[in-house]
Design a protein around this ligand. Sequence first.
Ligand code: SAH
Ligand code: SF4
Ligand code: F3S
Length: 435
Amino acid sequence: MTQPKKLYIKTYGCQMNVYDSERMAEALGGQGYVETSSAEDADMILLNTCHIREKAAEKVYSELGRYRDLKDAKPDLKIGVAGCVAQAEGAEIMRRQPLVDLVVGPQSYHRLPELEAQAGQGRRALDTDFPEEDKFVHLKARPKAKRGPTAFLTVQEGCDKFCAFCVVPYTRGAEVSRPADRVMTEARDLIERGVREITLLGQNVNAYDGHDRGLAGLIRDLARVDGLERIRFTTSHPNDMDEDLIAAHGDCAKLMPYLHLPVQAGSDRILKRMNRQHTAEQYLTLIGRLRAVRPDLHLSGDFIVGFPEETEADFQATLDLVEAVGYGSAYSFKYSPRPGTPAAERPQVAEAEKDERLQRLQALLTRQQRALQDAMVGREVSVLFEKPGRMPGQMVGKSDYLHAVHVTAEGLAPGDLRRVRVLESGPNSLKAALV
Ligand code: SAH
Ligand code: SF4
Ligand code: F3S
């Protein structure tokens, strides 16, 4: 029997890349590859990249530079770049880094085996087309191996929103939804293999239209499948939260009380310049409606500070909005000008100003996050256990609100869903006991 070839995949960026990396590993499994966790062992290295901010894109080139010695030692080593940098920069990657044999954009992963074979014949391979077909249909079916209790499932890709700062509409293409029956088949397969919690993914997941009743329809169908205990979805755009999806947060027990709903900024002037298509007031009203049906809902958000022309007063409006919402968690970034996006051409805020605003915003967000986490002490929550913790007899899982929870008890196993009482709140996690 021939030795299996080894594949090393390094994933950057969002959860959609995590999902894509799993599917690419499966597709290359059909070519005789097994995954390895070390680049040194690999016959093929695949970087699944992110283009969202300048730093993310530059990381790819510095990582590639590190593979020179590996390639010298093993001339057959294939090096591939997938993901959003592949889409944005295409053949430029091969010019800038001659080590690269293969460049494949996010919509062409079904062609990966073919491209791999081509790269194997000493020719360099490139595909950054946007085909009309569903790439996931062409990727080899998932093997029936058992897997952990949580899984991502991509149901929607692409974005038609064109926020003035963002590359995603260019790297991922137009909004496309996968048909509900295919999603249901994939979900049932995951559940058979031990998955208890599914997070539905999309760049604008709540714009999902592969079900005649939209994302809420899909969630309600999934909720009827025995064995699936929890449903989450991410990332949502405020303008795509329809009536039924709001209602589902109140009446669908398997839909978890945690919602990532980015707003980016609190000043209407900046929101308008960002092309977000909603005001701060509309966002707050939406949150009010969600909390009316699910009072304990934890909200998460994304924020950009130092967007072109953002004044101190604009930034203050962001702080005010954050105060008004009270986030359970949040991600905040300094604006990073991206080539080809409208905002990159506008008057920029000084770097020192961006740094200072980011610090103030993060201090506030951290305080809120900590306060909400501390408020869990004494409460009873459900935990889906995922893996053993560092201490003997300890298991780690996630609460309904996505807090990491540590419990020390006999006989707990990954996949167990148990009620616990929260005892203590640490810097990044909760300690609890079974009830
Ligand atoms: N589709 C999602 C998120 C896409 S990218 C949404 O609409 O919310 C994830 C986050 O990266 C964004 O929410 C935004 O906060 C941040 N981001 C995107 N482009 C950026 C840029 N040019 N500079 C800084 N942050 C950016
Ligand atoms: Fe980017 Fe805006 Fe689309 Fe989100 S909605 S992916 S931030 S363009
Ligand atoms: Fe990055 Fe592409 Fe995701 S740019 S955030 S990997 S969609």
